[in-house]
Write a protein that binds this ligand. Structure first.
Ligand code: SF4
Length: 815
């Protein structure tokens, strides 16, 4: 009989939900999963119980099947603990920051909080199996001070079965919606037209490469240049394969500004008749209606009664009717129904065929995507993952695990602490002082006496040093901060944007939470450094290889397609991106544009090495002046650093009629737009002095006459500082190529990106001039696209630079 039914496996947590949904968004809503700290307390309690009670058993499996409406719901979970002597007793352990509040919620009739329903569900399953009604108890533990309370609840079989009836009806409805979704996806996949009449040159090969790779279950790492139509070219096969299995695609980008390309691709698919649904995820800090995203019903009216409001107004249905879900849609619905727009994204995500989001949601806060897994009906496997601009992934992932604590930053918070209401001010200041003391006490060379009474002046030494850190002091301080935070939030105070107490607590907590992994001597990819300065010091954790963490993220996906215009050498990016080398397929695609549209040159006669820089400033200035004088238009000069740029600017003489613009260190997006508008207008020939790896050299297009040339001055090698040198040592040991991994490859990714700004369409014409002798060196040139030269980068070296460029411009005019 079961064979004819569709089986759906659900966890007790996903099953035991109130009907109708009630409650607000807060830490005790019961809708989220437990924190890491909560899990540790669980284990401690279970171990204690096991020692004390011989009849105690932890993590007892319990499951039951319910058949309804053509489906078989297999509900399974693990009870935290079972005492079997005498009348059996089931115990669930729950942890919370606010013990009293959770106790109040769980005791309030009709006791249909998700936690109560979970416990009752275990009790009911036990009763079905053993025909004995067990005792049901909560053991509630405070994460603040480990105090605990026990609460017994009653299982009334008739009441439970009444809820069960409603819940099973609801599940049948959810399963039918999931069936329709899977069917819709499979239908789209059967007839999923390519959105253009003819694929662009190279685009077809790209699609075929991905299709074959997915068939062979390879992970794909692809280098695809601009102009290939790579977003459509990658998304098309990835979507088709996922939809055919009733699944969807997660499209991850390093910056929000790169979401547009993916949204446009989905729009193209829609235009060609495919009824695809897409969702673009906006970060909580950007979409939140309040000054600070403090998600609890006392502070935020959009959190208050959120689950009830979503249920009563059937907002899921409203969202499911929309094809394109963007920030604006969530904000409008959020305003209208007074519900949190960020959480609404989660409600809508299950139905989206493409979810476009920042790397964070895939590689850092992967719980976000876990929350949006739809009910698995008629689906096979898992979603597919597309990683755009993957050359950014290694460093972004390292940053996730590389927090720092600085006494300077704490001093900045102090200015706002002093503005706090008087009842909080002195305690907050004391805590802040305590934080600074903890930092200073980590200073290397501090004697025990100094550690107990640290002074801010770093007498013992002036240079940054590698240190070994013991986490205890940081954790103790974290506990103090948490206690204060809880007292602070319990007050009636209106929290303002950038609240000082929140900033202080979060800043400390972020660092403390990384200590466990960073101070484990087995994790050689982590090290800690101390940087002294006048007000104390900065402690930095550096992760120089986050590939292990990334590897576990890929497990959530069926197929992985990662691509960029600069992922060479492949081995470097594959290893540091955590891709599986034994399953890896790499491919490079050539630019579809005619090589005759660009003039590419290396000028190795100038060295921009640190030791030669003084001499190189006037030479670089002269080369740029002479070459740009040959043709009026817009050029970028991309430098390895702001310092280098300023030095060349000091001696630079602009060709007659040219305007000079320059990139500022901290440029607001409005200022960036002003520069772009100026280039777009194109009425004055302009040289823009900028840096590689900056806002003007990556992720921005300069079509047509907006840009006719780029000078790339030297590969922008990272500074030879303590951290980079430590990274070099690690890479040497781990991969046998310390210098290349730490310096050469990251620099070349920036240089190639900068060079790639010039030719963005088939009508673009322009020059690309690479200035430095290292560009002809094999370890640097192996990062260059294959279509830059035939056999050797020496082919790009000219003995008559000005003549060749003049000839190029003349020949372009005749085209
Ligand atoms: S609106 Fe902001 S504060 Fe309120 S629940 Fe949403 S994210 Fe949290």
């Amino acid at each position: 009989m079961t064979d004819e039914l569709k089986t759906i496996a659900l966890s007790v947590r996903d099953f035991a939900l109130p009907v109708p949904r009630t409650g607000s968004i807060d830490a005790q809503s019961g809708y989220g999963s437990s924190t890491l700290e909560g899990q540790e307390i669980h284990i401690q309690v279970q171990q204690k119980r096991a020692k004390l009670f011989s009849d105690y058993e932890a993590e007892v499996k319990m499951s039951h099947e319910f058949k309804r409406g053509g489906f078989c719901f297999q509900i399974g979970g693990r009870m935290d603990g079972l005492f079997s002597q005498g009348r059996p007793k089931i115990e669930e352990i729950k942890t919370t920051l606010n013990l009293k509040e959770l106790l109040r919620k769980l005791s309030t009739p009709p006791q249909n909080h998700p936690y109560c329903l979970q416990l009752k569900t275990y009790g009911y399953f036990y009763w079905l199996q053993h025909k004995v009604l067990p005792e049901l108890t909560f053991h509630l533990v405070s994460t603040r001070n480990h105090e605990s309370e026990d609460l017994e609840i009653k299982l009334d079989i008739a009441d439970y079965e009444e809820w069960l009836e409603h819940r099973l009806d609801e599940l049948v409805e959810e399963a039918q919606i999931s069936e329709v979704r899977a069917e819709r996806r499979k239908e789209i996949a059967k007839d999923f037209p390519f959105p253009f009449e003819n694929p662009r040159p190279g685009q077809l090969e790209l699609i075929q490469e991905i299709e074959i790779g997915m068939e062979n279950r390879n992970q794909l790492l692809l280098q695809a240049p601009t102009g290939l139509g790579k977003t459509v070219g990658v998304l098309y096969p990835a979507l088709k394969e996922a939809l055919a299995r009733g699944q969807n695609v997660i499209y991850a980008t390093p910056k929000n500004s790169q979401h547009v390309a993916a949204e446009n691709a989905v729009t193209q698919f829609r235009k060609s008749g495919s009824k695809l649904k897409s969702l673009t995820v906006t970060a909580k800090s950007k979409i939140c209606f309040k000054n600070e995203p403090l998600c609890n019903p006392e502070y935020c009216e959009y959190a208050k009664g959120y689950y009830s409001k979503v249920y009563e107004n059937d907002l899921k249905k409203i969202l499911n009717r929309k094809q394109k879900l963007t920030t604006q849609v969530f904000r409008e619905i959020g305003e209208e129904y007074e519900v949190c727009p960020f959480e609404l994204q989660l409600e809508a995500a299950q139905d989206a065929d493409t979810i476009i989001c920042d790397y964070n949601y895939v590689f850092s806060q992967s719980t976000f995507l876990e929350k949006i897994q739809p009910m698995p009906v008629d689906q096979e496997g898992k979603p597919n993952l597309v990683v755009d601009e993957v050359h950014n992934l290694p460093s972004r992932a390292m940053d996730y695990y590389s927090p720092a604590l600085s006494s300077q930053s704490l001093e900045k918070i102090r200015e706002d602490v002093q503005k706090l209401p008087s009842q909080f001010r002195s305690q907050a200041e004391e805590l802040l002082d305590g934080c600074i003391q903890v930092i200073i006490s980590s200073r290397p060379g501090s004697s025990k006496e100094e550690r107990n009474h640290p002074s801010p002046s770093p007498n013992a030494f002036q240079k940054p040093q590698k240190i070994s850190l013991s986490p205890e002091l940081f954790i103790e301080q974290d506990l103090r901060l948490r206690q204060f935070l809880s007292y602070y939030l319990d007050s009636q105070l209106e929290i303002q944007a950038k609240d000082a107490v929140l900033r202080l607590c979060f800043y400390w907590a972020e660092f403390t939470s990384a200590l466990d992994i960073a101070t484990n001597p087995e994790n050689k990819e982590f090290f800690v450094t101390y940087h002294p300065h006048a007000t104390g010091g900065t402690i930095k954790i550096t992760c120089c290889d986050a590939s292990d963490q990334l590897k576990s993220c890929y497990k959530e996906y069926e197929q992985v397609v990662a691509f960029s215009a600069t992922v060479k050498p492949f081995e470097y990016y594959a290893k540091l991106s955590g891709l599986k080398l034994d399953r890896l397929k790499t491919a490079e695609f050539q630019s579809p544009f005619s090589k005759s549209n660009r003039k590419m040159m290396i000028i190795p006669q100038i060295s921009t090495k640190y030791s030669d820089r003084e001499r190189s400033y006037p030479k670089v200035a002269e080369v740029v002046r002479r070459i740009s004088s040959l043709k009026s238009g817009n050029y970028f000069v991309f430098f390895p650093s702001f310092f280098f740029m300023e030095k060349v600017l000091e001696v630079f003489q602009a060709p007659p009629g040219f305007t000079i613009l320059k990139q500022e260190r901290e440029m607001k997006s409005r200022q960036v737009e002003t520069v772009l508008d100026h280039l777009r207008l194109g009425d004055v020939p302009t040289l823009v002095f900028a840096v590689q790896g900056g806002v003007f050299s990556e992720g921005v297009d300069y079509p047509g006459k907006m840009l006719i040339g780029a000078f790339v001055v030297g590969p922008p090698l990272p500074n030879f500082d303590l951290e980079r040198e430590e990274m070099r040592k690690y890479y040497d040991e781990a991969f046998g190529s310390g210098f290349d991994y730490a310096y050469t490859y990251p620099a070349m990714a920036k240089a190639v990106q900068a060079a790639g700004r010039v030719i963005r369409s088939e009508t673009d014409r322009g020059i690309i001039i690479l200035i430095d002798q290292r560009f002809i060196n094999g370890s640097y040139s192996q990062s260059m696209p294959t279509d830059w030269f035939e056999k050797s980068p020496l082919e790009l070296v000219s003995q008559s630079i000005l003549k060749e460029i003049t000839d190029f411009w003349q020949s372009s005019e005749t085209h």
